[in-house]
Write a protein that binds this ligand. Structure first.
Ligand code: ZN
Length: 205
């Protein structure tokens, strides 16, 4: 399925905002990754080498079928066609250096392989703020997300994004990560799972 643009929402779960030392009122950061970052499930996930820790951020991901500009929050979910889970991979030490310099984050967030993405599941109007998802690494639970804890629900994210970008078919949103981010290393086996979405896995190399 074609991917047009990948929008990523940062600082959308209060506990994760705190674990990185940010203030909750710094919420709603937006950045983008090129579609070439995507790594499908069951594909070897090649991690960057020699650039510090590569953190996993487990996230609910939604795909839009269009929508245009200035979408009202109460009309936003009508534009969601599919949902899945993904990892917003982050070179955390590099990101911290970039933050200190006030520089853009692309080097830390938009490298090749930075967007592992599960298979799409058609969206039929289920409550996106009542989902749970987990990330296990080598069998151990690392992250457990409950989308009711989002500071900005998906509909609100779409509304906000559409003030800046006329949303198009194939636009994808990584909706932010809960607490528990940590490093992946070569050899790790990462499993993203949600009862209502599916189970997706990657072997890190
Ligand atoms: Zn993220």
């Amino acid at each position: 399925m074609t991917i047009n643009r990948i929008f990523c929402i940062g600082r959308n779960y209060a506990e994760h905002v705190r674990e990185l030392g940010n203030a909750p009122d710094d919420a709603f950061v937006v950045f983008m990754k090129p579609p070439s970052c995507v790594v499908a499930a069951d594909t070897p996930l090649r991690l960057p080498r020699g650039r510090g820790a590569v953190h996993h951020e487990a996230e609910l991901v939604v795909r839009l079928g269009g929508g245009g500009a200035d979408i009202a929050a109460d009309a936003a979910l009508a534009h969601v066609t599919h949902i899945t889970l993904g990892l917003d991979l982050t070179l955390r030490e590099l990101q911290n250096e970039l933050k200190k310099k006030g520089a853009p984050w692309e080097l830390a967030k938009a490298f090749d392989g930075a967007a592992p993405l599960g298979g799409w599941k058609p969206f039929h109007g289920q409550d996106l703020q009542a989902l749970e998802f987990t990330l296990h690494v080598n069998g151990a639970l690392r992250q457990h997300g409950r989308t009711r804890d989002m500071l900005f629900p998906v509909a609100r994210q779409i509304q906000i994004l559409s003030k800046t970008w006329a949303l198009q078919d194939g636009d994808v949103i990584y909706t932010g990560t809960p607490a528990g981010v940590a490093a992946l290393v070569p050899g790790d086996h990462a499993v993203l799972e949600s009862p209502s979405i599916g189970r997706f896995e990657w072997r890190c190399v």
